[in-house]
Design a protein around this ligand. Structure first.
Ligand code: 5GP
Length: 207
């Protein structure tokens, strides 16, 4: 689960991960925000009308949802289930309020906060995108003040000064987490097989 202030680079990092690895899949969120020119429905987001989003909230279809800069954003439980069933890791790109709910509900989540190297860089990145105008820029910068304060709630913090290095750091985190003993579901079986084989090896030396 990746979070950062808007413009912090988490979406770019998530995309780089998806291009580089076959063991991850992007959790496509639902939102009531209007589609940006380059975005595709069902790829970047499921773009929903407010009443469609609300109906899904009432039907309990969201793992989590939150309001952000005047729009609603949410992770559909079915999206995560489908990714889990495929045996891949789900990459979630969500804001801090939703991230808290995911932590409560998914015990094995790994959370990474992406920090911008400075306020100036964040402002510049947001201005360059500038699809939503100056009012939205201000709202997003104000949100950033709150969001940066949540960084310590995360398992890992990565400063995105250099995109390549930030992506590499996230790869390392995923790789290390995959090696956690608690996550290796067939560890017991592998250990038993290895121990039995070692006993046979030892016995063969005695004969
Ligand atoms: P944007 O409008 O820039 O695509 O996203 C605005 C914020 O909403 C970002 O911080 C992004 O991470 C967050 N966001 C995207 N999808 C979700 C989601 O499913 N749930 C929550 N809680 N936040 C999301």
């Amino acid at each position: 689960m990746l979070s950062s202030p808007s413009g912090g680079g988490k979406t770019t990092i998530a995309k780089a991960l998806l291009t580089a690895r076959r063991d991850v899949a992007y959790s496509v969120s639902a939102t009531t925000r209007p589609r940006r020119p380059k975005e595709r429905n069902s790829v970047d987001y499921y773009f929903l009308a407010p009443d469609e989003f609300q109906a899904k909230v009432e039907a309990g279809e969201f793992l989590e949802w939150a309001a952000y800069a005047g729009y609603l954003y949410g992770t559909l439980a079915s999206t995560i289930e489908t990714i889990m069933e495929s045996g891949k890791h789900a990459v979630l790109d969500i804001e801090v309020v939703g991230a808290r709910k995911v932590r409560e509900r998914l015990a094995n989540v790994v959370s990474i906060f992406i920090l911008p190297p400075s306020a100036g860089v964040l402002r510049e990145r947001l201005s360059l995108r500038s699809t939503e105008g100056i009012a939205d820029l201000e709202v997003r910068l104000q949100h950033a003040v709150e969001e940066v304060g949540a960084a310590t709630e995360y398992d890992y913090v990565v400063v995105n000064a250099d995109l390549e290095q930030a992506v590499a750091a996230v790869h390392h985190i995923i790789d290390a987490e995959c090696q956690r003993a608690a996550r290796l579901s067939n560890l017991g079986e592998t250990m038993k097989e290895l121990r039995d084989a070692l006993k046979r090896e030892a016995q063969s030396l005695r004969q």
